[in-house]
Design a protein. Structure first.
Length: 499
RNA sequence: GAGCCAUUAGCUCAGUGGUAGAGCAUCGGACUUUUAAUCCGAGUGUCGCAGGUUCGAAUCCUGCAUGGCUCGCCA
């Protein structure tokens, strides 16, 4: 008998608790293990000969040979003097068979005491049962972790949405779909980097998340306090203005995949923190960026999903290039019955919105009303991947004006599944015009915290070459590619209220 | 921030005013190739929280909490 620490004495029951108290039962079992000098938490490593997926893929060669595997017990089927366990590791699941003849009485009784959720190392012979089930016949079992909480029901798993988010680790244990979704997220981001770096020669940089002034988008920032300086700072709402400084500095192909924070509400399309790919490419225009964007998305389809066709929430999607390319104004004329040329001011926009039955806040400014018409009347039609080109300058403060159509800017957005995936410009590099447009934007802003990023304007004054830039919401892309309707399904730990 | 909906056993869910239920899981027993193992037996509980109505409330009402959906802000 090993003497327990006072903490263990207090927290691990000495007597068998009520069977209803499942975690109590497990703690009681843990105490017995510790007292018998079989404390599972003492184990520091377990040498595996194979992962379960490897073992299964080489099963015929390994049959009759010894193997060592490890994983979590997902099911337990007692059978008198024999027992079956399902053992799962990261990529596979296999049956373990054990009987009293091969293990002996003592070790067989120990194995019978394991609970679903415990983590076990198993050494044994690779074999098939008489029903042909690929299995390992245990000759030695090592308890690697005692799980103190019971897992959800084996058939339905965890369906309570709140619990799935708050205890994502449990969701990952019991839901292969969840594991697969986040495995794909990791792979897609990795392939994004591989494509940009290895195939296109971009360099990734990391720019500050904490900023003295925030810009690059219109959104409410999170404010935080830098105590040492006794001053407020902001969590960035975009990466744009930082990366453009790198173009000024002479780097020609730069990108960052990073976290963005926007102090806004939560819904199926929005999480207060999300991940954005932003890239800037000197000496090219938005047509080159459009081609790059299409190539990138197709590369991800081919390398991660092995298909360019998928089931979106609003019907089947085909990412077969070339994606449709359509003028913003053509869509306006088709679905809103008006050209932006005929909506020169707020009054005209209000009249059109009313005619279209598009509701808007009575304080809404000109851009906001245009945006409302757009999202109510046009966006719902953009199911298949579509590049929408040449937006009104009024809603594109960082994009270069088109000289022979001065009310429009060199800007495109990529839509799929009726959601915006990406936003790109031929970047405005005229420091004088940029200052005017930013000042106009600030003057119209209804929310606080808007001030000119003077240092960005100074950078433009030093001279930024003609540049194309892109911003792409990673979660939005994942939703479109994986057919998910809620952004929380592609974010491991979505923001929820404190409990 | 607003509207609607949900919250019952560890998990998945029944239960519309009259003794709180099922399956899985758990506990006891049988079973040496099962696989949602099977068979026999047992116990699940602050019915989200706080009030109210009623002889009596999981059930009706009010407030609160958390979550979901829709809407507003936002990508």
């Amino acid at each position: 008998m090993t003497k327990l620490t006072p903490f263990e004495e207090d927290n691990l029951p000495a007597e068998q608790p009520s069977p209803d108290d499942q975690s109590g039962m497990r703690r009681w079992k843990l105490r017995q293990l510790k007292e018998a000098e079989r404390d599972p938490y003492r184990e520091v490593r377990y040498d595996r000969t194979h992962t379960i997926a490897e073992l299964l893929s080489k099963f015929d060669d390994l049959a009759g040979k010894k193997a060592r595997i490890a994983g979590r017990i997902m099911a337990k089927r007692g059978h008198g003097k024999a027992i079956f366990l399902d053992l799962a590791d990261q990529d596979g699941r296999i049956q373990v068979y054990a009987n009293v003849d091969t293990l002996g009485d003592e070790r067989f009784e120990q194995l019978k005491a394991v609970d679903i959720g415990d983590i076990l190392g198993v050494e044994g012979e690779v074999f098939k049962t008489r029903t042909g089930q690929q299995s390992v016949k245990a000759t030695e079992c090592t308890m690697l972790v005692k799980s103190l909480e019971p897992l959800p029901e084996k058939w339905h798993g965890l369906t309570d949405i709140e619990l799935r988010y708050r205890r994502r680790y449990v969701d990952l244990i019991v839901s292969p779909e969840t594991r697969e979704r986040f495995r794909l997220r990791s792979k897609i981001v990795a392939q994004m980097r591989r494509f940009l770096e290895d195939e296109r020669g971009f360099m990734e940089f990391e720019t500050p998340v904490l900023e003295p002034v925030c810009g690059g988008a219109t959104a409410e920032p999170f404010v935080t306090r830098w105590e040492a300086l006794d001053d407020d700072f902001y969590l960035r709402i975009a990466i744009e203005l930082r990366l453009k400084r790198l173009i000024v500095g002479g780097f020609e192909k730069v990108y960052e995949i990073g976290r963005i924070f926007r102090n806004e509400g939560v819904d199926t399309q929005h999480n207060p923190e999300f991940t954005m790919l932003e890239l800037y490419w000197a000496y090219v225009d938005y047509n080159d960026i459009m081609q790059l964007t299409e190539d990138l998305v197709v590369h991800i389809c081919d390398s991660c999903l092995a298909t360019r066709k998928m089931e979106g929430g609003k019907g089947p999607l085909s990412f077969e290039p070339p994606f449709a390319r359509v003028q913003f104004d053509d869509l306006m004329q088709e679905h809103a019955g008006v050209s932006v040329l005929d909506l020169p001011d707020r009054k005209a926009a209000v009249a059109r919105a009313k005619k279209l039955d598009v509701e808007f806040d009575k304080d809404a400014g000109y851009e906001k009303i245009l945006d409302r018409i757009w999202s109510e009347r046009i966006e719902p039609h953009l199911i298949q991947p579509t590049f929408v080109l040449d937006y009104p300058v009024a809603v594109s403060p960082l994009a270069k004006r088109i000289p022979d159509r001065p009310h429009l800017a060199y800007r495109f957005e990529l839509f799929a599944n009726a959601v915006e995936l990406a936003n790109a410009f031929s970047e405005l590099n005229d420091p004088v015009e940029q200052r005017v447009r930013m000042e106009e934007q600030i003057a119209r802003a209804t929310e606080g915290y808007r001030e000119l990023d003077e240092d960005f304007l100074r950078a433009l004054e030093y001279g930024m070459p003609p540049t194309g830039g892109l911003g792409m919401g990673i979660e939005r892309l994942l939703m479109a590619l994986l057919g998910e309707q809620s952004i929380r399904e592609v974010i491991l730990f979505p923001q929820l209220r404190k409990q």
